[in-house]
Design a protein around this ligand. Structure first.
Ligand code: EPZ
Length: 433
């Protein structure tokens, strides 16, 4: 097993290309199930979660080929099951439910169970699919679904749910009649999914707003040209934070500032200088960060997937910052690890108060989830001495080539074997890497 080692205190400078969005690529790859045939997809990031998705599609009977363009052939569905050993590794596997029910009239999907950041039930997914006519039986930790042809319905979500909206949307495109989804999630990744489905012949309007209208069609087919997935706004935001915590100057290219309005506003509150074009964002970090306040919300509010990274910035600010997490009930696991590096954080329920310190000090820390691992890496880039980040499999799920990209920006960082402990040996390893 590997860990990541960072020697902090190096100013990061240069440009980095944003990868395609994990949270758009996953639902789009799975949505290929509703349009039988060979699909070609561009800008698919190289991530553990993408490999898990392709192997799940393979188990369903849909082979794929990975390359600059990813090819998936969904002509035939042999099995309609997403078993526990797949879903427990990647909860987004539940996204096969809607497409399998819509195309195949049957699906057997393991219930995802809880995760480090919260209970994360899927009741809204099931309620929405039930409104379209699906029937469910829960037994042995599995959801067993059956349905004839789905029929259009008017459904209101109890809360904006990203994958809930995606699951029901991807089923409704093949329903008989019109579906209206209300209080739907508005994330840019949902707009990308709707764009992809429309390119397959679907009739979706209102994507990116709380009300989606879907006029069902009898069949869909792969688009004539490859679909290119949108850039990853969370990866983009993470690299901007790397400039902010090192007093650096980084330009992220092949990205889209309009997806990050709330994040850029908070980074400006923290004293960063930001310049944008249609496809690039440049951030110059200040001498010393200023305190700020964030409240996470569904898009277009401040994304919960950037909360941990901004907490690292707050630990270095000249004053007190306030952070309120409203989406997930247990998303402050990184706070205790940051405190191991000398941060001063007080958490109470879903609120954290962060009193900034001039400098963090390197330590061995443990990642608990994907975005927490990014927050710890950022802390290591800024800290005095060496930081060792353990359980980096979390990071590999959602960041494509992060160590290499940070090295190209001037970071002293590397992957080493977990058992390597001696500081000099660690320093040699990351310098040589
Ligand atoms: C998506 O998760 C993202 N994952 C998450 O990104 C992201 O944090 C989250 O949206 C919020 O933006 C993917 O897109 C693959 P939700 P999702 O359903 O869809 C409650 C990352 O780091 N809820 O929008 O699972 C739920 O418990 C990951 O890349 C129900 O109660 O999130 C939560 O409190 C982490 N019942 C809230 O709604 C339901 O049926 C929002 O969750 C569904 C959700």
């Amino acid at each position: 097993m590997e860990k990541i080692v960072i020697e902090g205190g190096h100013r990061l400078v240069g440009s980095v290309k944003a990868a395609g969005a994990k949270n758009a690529a996953l639902p789009i790859l799975i949505a290929t199930l509703v349009a039988p045939g060979e699909h070609r997809l561009d800008n698919i990031p190289d991530l553990a979660d993408i490999s898990s998705t392709l192997s799940l599609l393979g188990r369903i009977g849909c082979p794929s080929l990975v390359g600059p363009t990813v090819k998936v052939d969904t002509s035939r569905i042999a099995f309609s099951e997403a078993p526990y050993d797949v879903v427990r590794k990647m909860r987004a596997s539940v996204l096969v439910l809607g497409p399998l029910i819509a195309r195949h009239g049957e699906a057997h999907v393991s219930l995802p169970g809880g995760c480090a950041i919260g209970v994360r039930p899927i009741d809204q997914h099931l309620k929405g699919l039930e409104a379209l006519g699906a029937q469910f039986e829960l037994s042995g930790g599995m959801v067993h679904a059956t349905a004839g042809r789905l029929r259009g319905a008017d459904f209101t979500f109890d809360m904006p749910t990203v994958t809930g909206t995606e699951n029901v949307l991807t089923a409704a495109v093949l329903a008989d009649g019109v579906t209206v989804l209300r209080n739907a999630a508005c994330e840019p990744e949902i707009e990308d999914l709707a764009g992809f489905l429309n390119s397959c012949g679907a009739k979706i309007t209102g994507a990116g707003t709380p009300t989606l209208t879907i006029e069902g069609v009898a069949r869909l087919s792969p688009p004539s040209r490859p679909w290119s997935v949108v850039p990853d706004r969370i990866e983009t935001g993470t690299y901007l934070c790397a400039a902010a915590v090192t007093g650096g100057d980084i330009t992220v290219t092949h990205t889209d500032p309009s997806m990050l309005t709330a994040v850029l506003a908070r980074l400006e509150d923290a004293g960063c200088i930001i310049d944008t074009t249609a496809t690039t964002i440049r951030l110059r970090g200040p001498e010393r960060l200023k305190p700020f306040t964030i409240v996470t919300e569904p898009h277009p509010g401040f994304p919960t997937d950037m909360q941990a990274q901004l907490m690292t910035l707050a630990t270095l600010a000249d004053g007190r910052s306030e952070i309120t997490e409203t989406i997930f009930e247990n998303r402050f696991m990184h706070a205790a690890e940051l405190m191991r590096m000398g941060a001063r954080i007080e958490t109470k329920g879903n609120h954290a108060t962060v009193q900034g310190v001039p400098r963090l000090t390197g330590a061995a820390v443990m990642a608990s989830d994907l975005r927490a691992s990014a927050a710890l890496l950022l802390a290591g880039l800024s800290a005095e001495g060496l930081t060792e980040v353990l359980r980096i499999y979390h990071l590999d799920r959602g960041y494509d080539g992060m160590v290499e990209k940070l090295r190209a920006l001037g970071a002293r960082i590397g992957r080493v074997d977990n058992d390597l402990r001696d500081p000099e040996a660690l320093r040699r390893a990351i310098t040589a890497a």
